[in-house]
Ligand binder design. Structure first.
Ligand code: BGC
Length: 768
């Protein structure tokens, strides 16, 4: 592939010398000083129907096509949502269409060279409309090689640090623009309420309030001022797929309008309010209507109620699935028709769109004005992001931004803040003088899987594995490593035996267990997109490995690397120390080691409940009062670890919960303060949580709901008073007719260290 000199190419664009008619004519849409609305209208007025419909279409990159043509079968294509090519339409055809100006966007372009190359082709087209490159930059742009890989969203949410979400999004935007990428399919603001679902890791967890706060800061970080160093955010997936009927990705979702509005909508609405300018619809059907043809969602709610001004993009082949999966359209053309008329603007991805949508317009079924609406939205964003003025990125300077020291430092700090200490019977922090010889084993002990889902293979020097981190942080220790391979589904008995034998000779045993999320091993994964499970147990011989090492009587601890809550009940009961690292990213190994050796005091809290077993699902902290009226027999009804839970190496004491008044008028406000003291001997950061409960209400309300939180740094012995404000929006719910209401009556305020009752101080007030 050839790569043109970007500055030269940009200069060609700026001359306005086009083949679209009169060369001498001043092209308004190319005038960077003209108002964007005028530029959009000018360009739209010059476009043919084919060019317009092409702007509404997306293709996977040509390198991706070529690679897949070589090894994927047509059968694979039907179910694989990570790979694609277009049988009968080779990469050359896609290149030709790009030159013809009938492709508006690409995804899965992984290098700056390819992005610049495709852009060069697009700029040879009649109107020279630049391509907008979309990519799943879910936790950094690490779906492409050589970019910073931050922790995935579940770990980020464990920090309860929206500022960190903003920072990571901002840095990701810079790394993306340095690669000529303009649009991330993130943040995922789904409320994850089923641990079987493999995508929990790419969400901010189970609480609508926390998800909304993290999501809105991500949107702001990505989009900045929607300028040439910003990228377009995409809030996804709209909606309900995070509570599928059987826990599997894309399965039907059956939810009451109340639950949709109270639980699933708030983070999307917060994203829209934060300025998100694209939204992706969900794979699933919602109450019998596929989200991709759901007019209520895409038009009535999104645009009508929330005033969304961006564009809606479909998810991977999901408009096709209206026909070939959901079967609510008899053929593909009808599926395209239904989707567009319901509010769809941009098609991810494929070859039949242009022809069939043009036909629908020519037949008079879709008015051209409807097409114009979508194209206006898409072009407006291309202008705002400065694509016409800056269609290329510079390969000579790209690595000045990507993986720069500042971004690496953020990745490390985010990992430190996102790893949750779940159990510590005094073994941690590790004393290197006591534990001289340490066994390290388990599938995730020395593996890049810590980078998480949505990551390409990265260079070895761009990932510190847990074993490497341990060696770095405790260089005097003799670490004995027994490799269990990366694949939990094909662990070898011999290797387990070897680890058990070595364990007997060591002072301490660290087992790094969990799931496998790496995309390169798509068919062997146990967690991640399209990787759902009917059990939350450890896969393969991992449980045996842990139990047998434990049985040696030597000290043992477990670190989990996972994108979903795992039901490690036996481990929690027996093993003295347990750390949940989630998918901690490129510096995950260092951060884990720093926490184990007490260089960093853990502060993270669970943003999602850890059930004991899959049978307990749905298990959420903000359930309705009757949920455990009749508890389970034989097994407990309590979670393994509740939402908001996480330990530290110090102790925090909560006292003096004070309300500014015991009454609040329904449009007034109330201050809640609490004293938090670090009564231990090391400095730490405590995540203070405030929950509310409406005691009596005309419809049933959750037993508690998170309504605010704060990260508080405390030196040993230090106390701080933390203040929250209760405002009417925090008391609001939907009445019998689904209208927002604040009802008079008693409310309980709960403040403390987790959502568990025993961790909360309580006070009450009356709304008048
Ligand atoms: C996922 C989306 C993603 C898209 C493009 C789909 O399978 O559901 O979240 O953005 O693929 O990679």
């Amino acid at each position: 592939m050839k790569c043109i000199k970007p500055l030269l190419a940009a200069a060609i664009v700026m001359t306005g010398m086009t083949s679209c008619g009169n060369d001498a004519e001043a092209l308004l849409y190319k005038d960077a000083s003209a108002p964007i609305e005028k530029r959009v209208e000018d360009l739209l007025s010059r476009m043919t129907l084919e060019e317009k419909v092409g702007q509404m279409n997306q293709f996977v990159g040509i390198e991706h096509i070529r690679a897949n043509e070589a090894h994927l079968t047509e059968e694979d294509l039907k179910t694989n949502t990570a790979q694609a090519y277009y049988p009968g339409f080779p990469a050359d055809t896609i290149e030709k269409w790009t030159k013809q100006g009938i492709i508006g966007s690409f995804l899965h372009v992984l290098t700056i060279e390819e992005a610049n190359y495709l852009q060069e082709l697009a700029l040879q087209s009649r109107l020279q409309i630049p391509i907008m490159f979309g990519i799943d930059a879910i936790h950094g742009n690490c779906n492409c090689p050589e970019n910073t890989a931050y922790p995935t969203s579940i770990g980020l949410a464990s920090s309860f640090n929206p500022d960190m979400a903003y920072k990571i999004a901002r840095e990701t935007a810079l790394e993306m623009r340095a690669m000529n990428m303009h649009w991330t399919f993130n943040p995922n603001v789904e409320v994850a309420r089923d641990a079987r679902w493999g995508r929990c890791g790419e969400t901010f967890g189970e609480d609508p309030y926390l998800v909304a706060r993290m999501g809105e800061q991500s949107v702001k970080g990505y989009q900045g001022d929607m300028n040439s160093d910003d990228v377009l955010a995409c809030i996804k997936h709209f909606v309900g797929g995070s509570q599928p009927v059987n826990g599997t990705n894309g399965a039907p979702t059956d939810l009451s309008e109340r639950t949709i509005r109270e639980v699933f909508f708030p983070p999307f609405q917060a994203g829209v309010d934060a300025g998100a300018l694209s939204l992706m619809t969900a794979h699933n059907e919602l109450n019998g209507i596929p989200c991709h043809s759901n007019e209520w969602l895409m038009t009535d709610v999104l645009r009508g109620e929330w005033g969304f001004e961006g564009f809606v993009v479909s998810d991977w082949m999901d408009i096709e699935h209206i026909h070939d999966l959901h079967a609510t359209a008899e053929n593909l053309k009808e599926a395209f028709y239904q989707s567009i008329m319901a509010g769809m603007d941009l098609h991810m991805h494929g070859v039949h769109w242009n022809e069939l949508v043009c036909e629908l317009v020519r037949e008079g079924r879709i008015p051209e004005s409807r097409i114009d609406e979508s194209v206006r939205r898409i072009l407006g964003i291309k202008f705002r992001l400065g694509l016409f003025e800056q269609p290329f990125a510079d390969p000579a300077t790209t690595m000045d931004v990507r993986l720069c020291p500042e971004h690496r430092q953020t990745a490390l700090e985010a990992a430190r803040q996102g790893i949750v200490l779940l159990k510590n019977d005094g073994i941690l922090p590790l004393d290197a003088r006591k534990y001289k010889k340490v066994l390290v084993t388990g599938i995730n002990a020395d593996d890049h899987n810590i980078l998480g889902d949505w990551t390409a293979k990265q260079k070895p020097e761009n990932c510190v594995t847990i074993l490497e981190g341990l060696k770095m942080v405790a260089p005097q220790t003799d670490f004995v490593f027994v490799d269990q391979g990366w694949d939990p589904q094909s662990m070898s008995q011999a290797k387990v035996n070897e680890a058990v034998a070595k364990a007997k000779t060591c002072d301490l045993n660290i087992i790094v267990a969990g799931e496998h999320m790496f995309r390169d091993n798509w068919s062997r994964r146990t967690c991640g997109e399209d990787t759902d499970r009917s059990s939350l147990d450890l896969v393969g011989l991992q449980q045996e490995l842990i139990e047998r090492i434990y049985a040696t009587g030597k000290p043992v601890m477990v670190v989990l690397v996972t994108g979903r809550p795992l039901g490690v009940e036996w481990v929690a009961e027996h093993v003295p120390a347990l750390l949940n690292a989630w998918e901690p990213g490129m510096y995950g190994g260092q951060a884990v080691a720093e926490i184990l050796y007490g260089k960093v005091n853990p502060s993270a809290k669970l943003p999602i409940t850890m059930p004991r077993t899959a049978g307990q699902i749905q298990m959420i902290y903000n359930h309705k009062p009757s949920q455990y009226f009749h508890p389970y027999v034989v097994t407990p009804s309590t979670p393994l670890y509740p939402f908001g839970y996480g330990l530290s190496y110090t102790e925090y004491e909560y006292s003096d919960l004070v309300l500014s008044s015991d009454k609040m008028v329904s449009d007034g406000s109330l201050k809640v303060s609490v004293k938090v003291t670090n009564s231990g001997s090391v400095a730490g950061c405590e995540i203070v949580q405030m929950y509310l409960r409406d005691c009596y209400s005309q419809v049933t309300r959750p037993v508690k709901e998170l309504k605010d939180f704060a990260r508080v740094d405390l030196e040993p012995g230090e106390s701080k008073v933390v203040e929250f404000t209760v405002t009417p929006d925090k008391l609001m719910f939907l009445d019998k007719n689904l209208k927002p209401i604040v009802e008079p009556g008693e409310f309980v305020v709960m403040v403390g260290a987790s959502s568990a009752d025993e961790d909360l101080l309580k006070a009450s007030f009356v709304v008048e």
